[in-house]
Design a protein around this ligand. Structure first.
Ligand code: 6LW
Length: 522
């Protein structure tokens, strides 16, 4: 039996999951996008369906001045205890570590409960004796990273003990992603090390006591792709473990799809993979075994195609999609940059209206008129019609510089755009390639009206941006995907398809219709 990774495609990093009521729930990081922390449900751990977001209100998610690539929401953990779900996370731009809870997984989550503990990647551990612990990464006085723990009151988030160091890990840089579990009389302390790039790995240690001393697993790193040369799935690390109702064990983790062999770039962000887990002598082993040295189980690797070492029933996976305005939902699919001005967006059944303001994507203190969906596959065929309103105010329109269109958006300094501009009373089609300080606008084409149909073709290496006229597809720009990659742009996010409008007079309105985003597996 085989399944394919990543199971969640597009920017869904730092996954955490839990089992509850015969189903499984998963959450991921969202940085400065709003709403925050998508929530998925699954019956079989391979196929995940989004059921909403945990952070849907500004009172839960303040994103002022938070940059897309490095701000906002980092690394959630989801846990289920005593009939209640908890999601604990860091807002690095604002409140720091906090958690929210709900008794209804399909409903709203509570307001944030702050926990006064430093570090990122927080996790909750509910021990058998009723005590609750808060675990995060941290640094000692010399700056060395470790995992730390304190006891908290789960009703109030108040700390009941000082932070205590638990484990320094195995010596890899950036010790993070800690999770504590108790299985079969042992406490297991999981982490990630090596940084979220090509050296990423998962390690763990066990102890009979909550606070150690911890004995590292002899097979550490228990999951890593750092030695998998030239392979397309890289950066495997940062995960969480769950036992399924059929008794099998599973591990979710992040990894990214490099654009090709020997091409160390990824632009779709870090994605979520699943791995089978097997147990031997109270140690667990994750993923596809890479080698078996001297009878000792070697470390595991994360492969694009996974052969299961046990029986497990799951639905056939389907990675094809055809996204339209009809089937995209504000609840699950549409994301804004920071806290949106919701009055500037109208989602019709077959259109999207975006009212322009004079804020651009460079205005980190505010939220521009921009709303987007993740790019989830290398190959996409996108088309959409854009109409930019004619200003009723002729005086104003003379010096107005309105612009609206589609953006392949990594961050405010790395994006490829195709758009309509209004200069005076004339309308043009144009495109822009922005890679850091190198920004180039192409030659504009005068349009007969205030409408244009744009088409974007993408594969693993290249984006092509076209103006579609009745007769022709006119190529306005083409550019390599790699310049929108994390290796070029930095940060933790992946490419979005953005729909935006900007106007120096804050009066133009863009209407997007006939959206079609198609992906077919080869
Ligand atoms: C996250 C850390 C990591 O907090 O990347 O890969 C950071 N791991 O655990 C941002 O996603």
């Amino acid at each position: 039996m085989k399944f394919h990774n990543p199971v969640l495609r597009g920017m869904y990093p730092d996954p955490s999951m839990c089992a509850a009521n015969g189903k499984y729930y998963m959450v991921c990081s969202t940085f400065s996008y709003f709403p925050g922390v998508p929530l998925f449900e699954s019956d079989d751990l391979i196929n995940w369906k989004q059921i909403g977001h945990c952070l849907t209100r500004k009172s839960q998610l303040l994103l002022e001045n938070s940059s897309i690539t490095g701000g906002g929401i980092y690394a959630p953990t989801i846990r289920f205890n005593n009939g209640r779900f908890y999601m604990v996370v860091t807002n690095v731009s604002n409140i720091g570590n906090f958690y929210v809870w709900t008794d209804d997984i399909y409903g709203e989550w509570s307001d944030p409960i702050k926990v006064e503990q430093d570090g990122i990647d927080p996790s909750l551990f509910f021990d058998d004796d009723g005590k609750v612990y808060f675990i995060s990464n941290g640094n000692d006085k010399t700056g060395r990273g470790y995992i730390q723990i304190s006891q908290i009151d789960i009703e109030t988030g108040k700390k009941l003990s000082e932070n205590e160091p638990l484990w320094y890990g195995t010596g890899g840089r950036y010790i993070e992603a800690p999770h504590m579990y108790k299985f079969n009389g042992y406490y297991y302390l999981l982490n990630a090390e090596g940084g979220t790039e090509y050296g990423h790995m998962v390690n763990y240690a066990r102890s009979k006591n909550l606070k150690g001393p911890f004995e590292p697993c002899p097979a550490n790193p228990v999951l890593t792709n750092r030695n998998l040369g030239g392979y397309q799935l890289q950066g495997a690390g940062h995960g969480d473990i769950v036992q399924a109702t059929d008794g099998t064990w599973w591990f979710c983790h992040l990894a990214f799809r490099q654009i090709d062999k020997y091409m160390p770039f990824h632009h779709l962000g870090r994605e979520t993979c699943m791995e089978p887990v097997i147990w031997k002598d109270d140690w667990f082993y994750i993923g596809t075994p890479c080698c078996s040295l001297f009878d000792k189980q070697g470390y595991g690797e994360a492969l694009l195609e996974v052969e299961l070492p046990f029986e497990h029933k799951f639905e056939q996976q389907n990675f094809n999609y055809h996204k339209t305005f009809q089937n995209l939902t504000t609840k699950n699919d549409w994301n804004y940059l920071r806290n949106p001005h919701e009055e500037n967006y109208e989602f019709g059944t077959d259109f999207l209206k975006v009212k322009a303001t004079n804020k651009t994507i460079k205005n980190l203190e505010d939220s521009p008129s921009w709303v987007g969906i993740r790019q989830c596959a290398f190959e996409e065929e996108i088309s959409c019609q854009v109409e930019l309103s004619k200003s009723e105010n002729v005086e104003k329109s003379k010096d107005s510089t309105a612009e609206a269109g589609l953006s392949l958006f990594m961050d405010e300094n790395h994006h490829y755009d195709i758009f309509i501009t209004k200069e005076g009373t004339d309308f043009y089609a144009n495109s822009r390639i922005c890679v850091g300080q190198a920004e180039s606008l192409k030659e504009k084409l005068k349009l007969d009206s205030n409408k244009a149909t744009f088409k974007i073709l993408s594969n693993a290496y290249c984006y092509q941006l076209f103006l579609q006229t009745e007769k022709d597809m006119i190529l306005l720009s083409q550019a390599d995907t790699r310049y929108l990659s994390s290796e070029v742009a930095g940060g933790f996010t992946g490419v979005y398809l953005g729909f935006y409008a900007v106007d120096s007079n804050s009066s133009a309105v863009a209407t997007f219709t006939n959206l079609s985003v198609i992906h077919k597996e080869k």
